[in-house]
Design a protein. Structure first.
Length: 151
């Protein structure tokens, strides 16, 4: 299928169809990263083999077919960090730096990920608990995924 490869406009001239291919690929990537981390298996997809672009930020392509672009990008970025965790902390081959240095690097990546979230996607703990704790419906699942990656 070659979804991980960037294809030219000549092969798929329809931008919406191209975007569907891109989003299908990144959905597979996210699923593989999170499943690998949950069940403790090695990663199957090498980031070095991926040449497809990230999903488009073009508002014309962010139709109801695709859902919220910002949420999807946050999940993709978190999946990349989950892959970094698997590659740097849970492999048998020698790695650069000490284990604690690698853990600190991952913590920095997670902190940057959280800091780069758009305000409307960040949990708001200042309001107390209950239904007002999150500003958007996408925030609780994103927070749960973050917690699972950091566990």
């Amino acid at each position: 299928m070659g979804l991980h490869v960037n294809i030219g406009h000549a092969y798929v001239p329809d931008p919406e169809l191209r975007e569907h291919r891109v989003r299908i690929w990144w959905s597979v990537y996210v699923l593989e990263r999170f499943l690998s981390s949950k069940i403790g298996l090695p990663l199957l997809i090498s980031d070095d083999d991926i040449s497809v672009d990230l999903p488009s930020t073009n508002p014309a392509l962010n139709s109801s077919d695709f859902g919220d672009h910002l949420h999807f990008m946050a999940v993709v970025r978190l999946a990349k960090i989950a892959g970094n965790i698997s590659r740097s902390l849970y492999v048998r081959t020698p790695q650069r730096g000490t284990f604690l240095q690698r853990v600190e690097k991952i913590r920095e990546e997670l902190s940057q990920w959280r800091d780069q979230l758009p305000e409307h996607m960040k949990p708001d703990f200042t309001r107390g608990g209950g239904s007002n704790m999150y500003s958007q419906p996408v925030t609780p699942p994103l927070q749960l995924t973050f917690n699972q990656v950091t566990a």
